[in-house]
Design a protein around this ligand. Structure first.
Ligand SMILES: NC(=O)c1ccc[n+]([C@@H]2O[C@H](COP(=O)([O-])OP(=O)(O)OC[C@H]3O[C@@H](n4cnc5c(N)ncnc54)[C@H](OP(=O)(O)O)[C@@H]3O)[C@@H](O)[C@H]2O)c1
Length: 410
């Protein structure tokens, strides 16, 4: 490169970034590596706070164990929070913002549970909190919703938001593995936690969907008010049913605009045919379909997890902060207020073995049913609100539910 271009340095910043990093696990170490490979970007990790003393691949002198080592250090002008404990993450990020420091976080649970406060804290303290890595890892969905899809055309965002459950479903459908074997393999490869419920019960997708919903339609919905059902009850019967119809089953999070300034959102398994973009999202990948008036459908695909992919989104937030970027939360401010509508009617497949469970479901109509010696199923329309009312019970019953993709009354 000529001296002329070096002189132009696109990364010129007003103030050198001195980063205080919380957490040196999968993503924290990924960020350290990724920063080493972008020498043009002049930022230094000044201190790292972790939970406990252990052998690490950096000098001991870099590590601290008290959050105030970073939060009270006036030389540190940016904090990057990459820890795995959402309550501690909340305290760290809140204090950083109150202290006037910009922050980056990847903690979807913390963010989804405290979005309203996080938006206010930024405004009150005139600071910026960015969190691209919290939803779909390396896929730049939040900034795209905030900057590109910043108008009234957006109709829905639908995605495979969780890599672990997709890895499991992918192995079940493409490699004929049993659910238990696929889960074990995902755990052995580090895609799923030893307690996989966060991923397979749909909570990880839910927290991401809450964040996506804010940036799509400017509305903050409480996670506990959203229908969330995962894949842990899937049986061979359900898999065979889907195969016979040439479908795959995918765990899908969706937020959709309805008529009259209403939106609806949910996380549910869904039968997906070949004609859908997400049909071909396999293994630990994520895929997001953005649908709008005028442009119809657009599809973003990429790695939703892993140290390096996730830290590439963290790096992008850091460089954005170096250029004074902040989310304007345009849709919170500019749009007419959207309301969360729970009374939409969707068509579900309900598989059960004991017909006594049926008393919990209020079908408006039934289009298909089967009664077998071990398993039976019904396909019909139900109100989302009737499923939200029994959301925790759904996980306890010996049933499996999947959306067929048809909906009414929207
Ligand atoms: N892994 C991914 O692919 C991925 C993708 C997207 C988003 N995320 C999000 O990124 C964050 C980090 O995930 P991870 O996979 O990197 O976690 P991880 O590998 O389990 O590492 C967690 C790190 O946090 C540190 N830690 C925990 N509690 C702490 C506390 N109270 N104070 C200071 N440090 C603390 C741990 O310290 P020790 O080293 O001392 O144990 C460890 O270094 C999470 O919010 C996660 O949801 C992860």
């Amino acid at each position: 490169m000529s001296d002329y271009f070096c002189g132009l340095n696109i990364f010129v910043m007003k103030e050198k970034l001195r980063i205080g990093l919380f957490g040196y696990g999968v993503v924290g170490q990924g960020l350290y590596d990724v920063l080493q490979s972008t020498p043009a970007f002049d930022a230094t990790i000044a201190k790292i706070v972790v939970k406990e003393k252990k052998e690490r691949n950096l000098p001991d002198s870099m590590f601290y164990y008290n959050p105030d080592e970073i939060l009270e250090d006036p030389e540190i002008n940016l904090i990057v929070e990459l820890i795995d404990n959402s309550e501690d993450a909340y305290k760290i990020v809140k204090k950083a913002l109150q202290k006037g420091k910009n922050a980056v976080s990847a903690n979807k649970k913390m963010l989804a549970e405290h979005l309203e406060e996080m938006v206010s804290l930024q405004k009150e303290n005139n600071v910026s909190l960015l969190y691209e890595a919290s939803a779909c890892g390396s896929i730049p969905i939040i900034r795209s919703l905030e900057e590109y899809y910043d108008n009234d055309l957006l109709l829905s965002v639908t995605g495979i938001l969780n890599g672990s459950s997709n890895y499991i479903l992918s192995n079940v459908f493409d490699h004929n593995q049993s659910y238990d074997d696929a889960l074990k393999e995902a755990q052995d490869l580090g895609f799923a936690e030893s307690d996989p419920s966060f991923d397979v019960e749909g909570y990880d997708s839910l927290y991401k969907l809450i964040i996506i919903t804010l940036h799509s339609f400017g509305i903050i919905v409480k996670p506990e008010n959203v229908l969330t059902y995962g894949i842990s009850n899937i049986s061979e019967f359900d898999i065979n049913y889907a195969r016979e119809k040439r479908f795959k089953i995918k765990l899908v999070g969706q937020v959709e605009r309805l008529k009259d300034q209403n939106i609806t959102l949910f996380v549910l398994p869904r039968f997906v045919g070949r004609d859908k973009y997400i049909y071909s999202v396999e293994e630990e990948f994520n895929g997001v379909v953005v649908k709008g008036k005028a442009y119809d459908k657009q599809f973003m695909f990429g790695k939703g997890a892993g140290g390096h992919p996730t830290s590439s989104a963290v790096l992008s937030d850091i460089t954005a902060l170096a250029h004074d970027y902040k989310y304007e939360y345009k849709k919170l401010n500019y749009f007419k207020e959207f309301k969360y509508f729970k009374n939409g009617t969707v068509e579900i497949y309900l598989r059960y073995s004991d017909s006594s469970v049926l008393k919990n479901f209020k079908f408006d109509s039934i289009s298909e049913e089967y009664n077998g010696p071990k398993y039976s199923y019904k396909i019909g329309f139900v109100k989302l609100s009737s499923l939200i009312e029994i959301n925790s019970l759904l996980r306890e019953l010996d049933i499996f539910i999947a959306l067929t993709g048809k909906s009414l009354n929207y």
